[in-house]
Design a protein around this ligand. Structure first.
Ligand SMILES: [Zn+2]
Length: 409
C-alpha cells in the first residue's frame, strides 16, 4: 500500500511524479521509467526532477491528494511507502520539512506567502527535500503572486514547490513559465466508484450512484456514499427545485436552501476538523481516547485556531454545492429534451427527470440553467445569498409552471 494507491484515474500524472521522485532519489541510476508524455504539458526529460511544479485539474479531481503523494515520495526514504514515520507525518500534515498553504478563505494574503517564502529558504531538517505545497494557487492577487515569483526564480537547491490550481490560465504567465505543469483529467464515474468500493468498502451500487451524483468529484462522492444526511440534503435540494411553482414557493424555498447549505457546511467542517485532529494526534503518538500531554497542547491549540479561521468560507461552499446539484438536474433535463443519449447524473430519479423533460420545452430549461449560473455569479459578487437564491427560484418556478401548462393547457 504506497501513497500512490488511493489516487484514482490519474495513471499518467502519477507516472510523471513517481519518475521524478525516483530520479531525484538516485540521480546516477539509469533505471528511470520511460516518459509517459500524455499527462499535460510536461517539458523535456519528464523523468527528471525539477524545483517547481503545478498540478491543474477541476475541483475534486484529486489535485491536492496528488500533491501530498508526491510530497511523501520526496520526503520518505522509500519513495512514498505509505506507512513509515515520514509518510504518516505527511498524511497528518505535520512533517517538519513540509510547509503548506491551504486556505478556505477566498484569497491568499501576501503575508501568508511571505511566511512561506521565508520558510522555503531553510535547508531540510530531516529529509532530502523541503517541500512547499500551495493548494489553491489561483487565489493569489498579482502582488502576492510576485512575492512567490521571486522565490520560484531563485529556489534553494533542496526546496520543491508544488502549486495546485484549477487551470494554468488561473496563474500569471510569469508563474506559469517557471513551473512544470501536470494536468489531471476528470476521473470517470467508474474510476470513482471503484475507488469507493476498494478504499472505503462501499457496496458497488451505492458507489456507482454517488460517483454519478457527485459528477466524479472524489471528496463529494465519498460523502454521498458514506453519509446518509449528506445524501438526504442533496435529495431535498432537487425535490425542492422540482416542486416550486409560485413566487411564495420561491421565497420559502430560498430560506430552505440556505438552511440546507448551512447544515451541509457545518457537517463538512465538523468532519474535516475531527479528521485533522485525529490525524495530528496520531502523528504525535497520542492514542485515541488518551489525554493530550501538556507538552503537545500548544500544537493542538494552534490546529484548532487554524480550523476556526477557516470556518468562514464554508457557507458559500455549501451554497455552491447546492447550485452544482441543481445545475446537474437541469443539465439532465435539457440533454433528454435535445435527444442526447448520455448517462444521467440523476439516474436515481430518472422517471421524474424524464417526465419533466417531456412536459417542458428546452428554452425554459435553459432559462433555469442561466438563472443558476446568475445566482452563482451574484453570490460570488457578494449579493446576499437569500436574494440571489430567491431570484433563481422564481425562474425555476416559471419553468415548473410552463411544465404544468403544457400538461393541462
Ligand atoms: Zn514512507
Amino acid at each position: 500500500m504506497t501513497v500512490w494507491d488511493d489516487l484514482t484515474g490519474q495513471a499518467a500524472a502519477i507516472e510523471v511524479f513517481r519518475a521524478a521522485a525516483e530520479s531525484s532519489a538516485a540521480p546516477t541510476t539509469s533505471a528511470v521509467p520511460a516518459a509517459t508524455g500524455d499527462a499535460g504539458q510536461v517539458a523535456a526529460a519528464p523523468d527528471s526532477m525539477t524545483h517547481s511544479w503545478l498540478i491543474t485539474g477541476p475541483p475534486g479531481s484529486g489535485r491536492s491528494n496528488l500533491a501530498y503523494a508526491f510530497a511523501s515520495a520526496l520526503l520518505c526514504r522509500d519513495g512514498g511507502c505509505g506507512h513509515c514515520a515520514d509518510c504518516r507525518q505527511v498524511a497528518a500534515r505535520t512533517h517538519p520539512d513540509l510547509a503548506i498553504l491551504a486556505t478556505d478563505r477566498v484569497v491568499i494574503t501576501i503575508d501568508e506567502v511571505r511566511r512561506l517564502v521565508s520558510a522555503s529558504q531553510f535547508s531540510p531538517s530531516v529529509a532530502r527535500y523541503r517541500v512547499v505545497v500551495i493548494e489553491d494557487a489561483d487565489r493569489m492577487a498579482e502582488r502576492t503572486s510576485n512575492v512567490l515569483l521571486k522565490a520560484l526564480e531563485e529556489p534553494p537547491e533542496r526546496t520543491v514547490w508544488i502549486l495546485c490550481a484549477p487551470s494554468e490560465a488561473d496563474l500569471l504567465p510569469t508563474i506559469r513559465s517557471r513551473v512544470r505543469s501536470v494536468r489531471l483529467r476528470v476521473p470517470s464515474t467508474s474510476d470513482v466508484a471503484a475507488l469507493l468500493v476498494k478504499r472505503d468498502g462501499v457496496d458497488a451500487e451505492t458507489a456507482e450512484r454517488a460517483a454519478r451524483e457527485s459528477q466524479s468529484h472524489i471528496g463529494m462522492a465519498h460523502r454521498l456514499a458514506t453519509n446518509d444526511e449528506a445524501r438526504a440534503r442533496r435529495a431535498d435540494t432537487i425535490e425542492l427545485a422540482l416542486s416550486v411553482t409560485t413566487v411564495g414557493d420561491a421565497v420559502r424555498g430560498a430560506a430552505t436552501l440556505l438552511e440546507i447549505a448551512g447544515a451541509d457546511a457545518q457537517a463538512i467542517t465538523e468532519e474535516r476538523d475531527a479528521e485533522e485532529r485525529a490525524a495530528a494526534l496520531r502523528s504525535l503518538g497520542v492514542e485515541p481516547g488518551q489525554a493530550i500531554p501538556p507538552a503537545l497542547r500548544s500544537q493542538i491549540k494552534a490546529l484548532e485556531d487554524d480550523q476556526k479561521r477557516r470556518a468562514t468560507r464554508s457557507l458559500r461552499d455549501g451554497i455552491d454545492r447546492i447550485l452544482t446539484d441543481l445545475l446537474s438536474l437541469y443539465r439532465d433535463i435539457v440533454l433528454l429534451q435535445l435527444g442526447a443519449r448520455v448517462e444521467l447524473v440523476n439516474e436515481a430519479i430518472s422517471a421524474e427527470v424524464r417526465r419533466r423533460a417531456e412536459d417542458n420545452d428546452s428554452s425554459s430549461t435553459l432559462a433555469a440553467m442561466d438563472a443558476i449560473a446568475d445566482a452563482r455569479r451574484r453570490i460570488a459578487a457578494n449579493v446576499a445569498p437569500a436574494l440571489a437564491l430567491e431570484a433563481m427560484l422564481i425562474t425555476l418556478a416559471e419553468a415548473g409552471r410552463s411544465a404544468s401548462r403544457k400538461v393541462a393547457p
